[in-house]
Design a protein around this ligand. Structure first.
Ligand SMILES: *Cc1c(COP(=O)(O)O)cnc(C)c1O
Length: 430
């Protein structure tokens, strides 16, 4: 029994659940979607919160540019390119027998500076927010100062008395580890077994303490949270519930609006924007979708993309039960090569916030992720990690003459030999 219902009862009430249990690819359209202007005013977060986050990132830009010279060309703003895809369409058509209507773009968070994944938005933002709050409290800085000062020894001394803790399937740990270590924090990352060895190695090389858990991700997070609460100089970054993390992601929408304008891509109700977001616990795609709905309203449709083995958000949205159910409750194993998306229980906060705003959610098999990974390299010369391909299949199922953007969420940090293995696997499957 799951919440007092048998699996059969669940499947009768929500027919899509059967396909999730059978690991079949599914596309769920959200019949609870309502007009953005009626939904947004009642939410716990607003446009002002996004603007506040954007302003904080601007304050930190001089520090970022200095500490991470690769961001100097963008004056310390951590942002990724919006790239038009023109060749992969043929390969996708041959593979899946369907065509994409309208223009197709990739939002390349695989190329985000500092940590090469979407986590460079939320994870880094939350660490900066915490560092700023400490520095303000200790009188080391005011909001009007040049934040390059954050490289000074007195800041490092202050931060070295604090530890940052989080549970991670890999990429969040990388982002927090890199920025945390740079600022001078002690960093402890709890990781699940799915996390790739190279990610653990890279973190340890930066002096980050990595605690490995033989159980799944939710347990790793729970352990991290428990340990951290015992210590008042320990700050826990809560992937499942953090509004700060969420707002860091949401700033992407402001940046994307500027990129669309620069590239003369018109977005309105007649020329809608369709965005496909790989989803794990939901914070990254949720924050981005929230930002996009605030900016574009009903002219944007957001879809969450998950592996067939870890469809926690699809399950939560379909049933309306969000974090009250996990994929494991339904016998779904949560084992996928898309490690960034290997999450069995969605964030309840994100599910609730977006249940009337997103267009839908869908699942994709690991095999198809690998096939598209090879296709992406062969046709566009872009190297992605498996999770980052989940958005790419979405436009094949959405009829729209507007613009399609697949959000490619990670790739740049993957060591070349590991990428070659991924690629070979995809090639073999093709
Ligand atoms: C974390 C991650 C996601 C999804 O973000 P969530 O906040 O977990 O939903 C997508 N792709 C990659 C590569 C990630 O690391």
């Amino acid at each position: 029994m799951i919440l007092n219902k048998t699996i059969e009862q669940w499947c009768n009430e929500f027919p899509g659940v059967r396909d999730l249990i059978d690991y079949k690819e599914t596309f769920w359209l959200n019949s609870n979607q309502s007009a953005a202007e009626t939904v947004l005013p009642d939410l716990i977060l607003s446009e002002d919160d996004i603007l506040d986050a954007e302003a904080r990132l601007k304050r930190f830009a001089p520090f970022i540019a200095h500490a991470f010279p690769e961001t100097a060309v963008q004056a310390g703003i951590i942002e990724s390119p919006l790239t038009r895809l023109s060749h992969i369409q043929t390969g996708l058509k041959n593979l899946f027998g369907k065509e994409i209507d309208g223009a197709f773009y990739l939002k390349e968070d695989n190329r985000l500076p500092i940590s090469g994944s979407v986590k460079a938005r939320g994870g880094i933002y939350e660490v900066l927010t915490f560092a700023e709050s400490l520095a303000l409290r200790e009188g080391l800085i005011t909001e009007k100062d040049n934040y390059k000062k954050f490289t000074d020894t007195e800041f490092k001394n202050l931060f070295s008395e604090y530890s940052l803790v989080c549970g991670s399937t890999g990429n969040l740990g990388l982002s927090i580890g890199i920025i945390g270590a740079e600022l001078g924090f002690k960093v402890i990352i709890h990781m699940s077994d799915d996390a790739r060895q190279w990610k653990k190695d890279m973190l340890r090389a930066k002096g980050v303490k990595v605690v490995e858990h033989s159980d799944d991700y939710s347990k790793a997070v729970a352990q991290g949270r428990r340990d951290s609460l015992k210590d008042e100089r320990s700050y826990f970054i809560d992937d499942e519930n953090s509004k700060t993390l969420f707002l860091g992601y949401s700033v992407a929408a402001i940046r994307l609006r500027a990129q669309l304008q620069d590239q003369n891509i018109k977005i309105d109700k007649k020329h809608p924007l369709n965005v496909y977001l790989p989803c794990g616990v939901g914070g990254g795609p949720g924050g981005i979708a929230f930002g996009l709905k605030v900016i574009f309203g009903d002219a944007v449709n957001c879809y969450f993309a998950e592996p067939v083995h870890s469809p926690c958000m699809t399950l939560g949205m379909m049933t309306g039960c969000h974090d009250k159910v996990s994929v494991q409750d339904f016998g779904i194993d949560n084992i996928t090569a898309a490690d960034g998306l290997a999450v069995g229980r969605a964030s309840g906060f994100v599910g609730k916030l977006l249940e009337n705003l997103i267009g839908g959610a869908y699942t994709v098999s690991d095999e198809n992720l690998f096939k598209m990974l090879a296709l992406m390299y062969d046709s566009e010369n872009i190297e992605l990690e498996p999770s980052a391909l989940a958005g790419v299949i979405g436009p094949l199922s959405v009829k729209s003459e507007g613009t399609h953007i697949a959000w490619s969420t990670g790739g740049d940090m993957v060591p070349e030999d590991i990428y070659k293995e991924y690629y070979r696997k995809g090639k073999d499957l093709l």
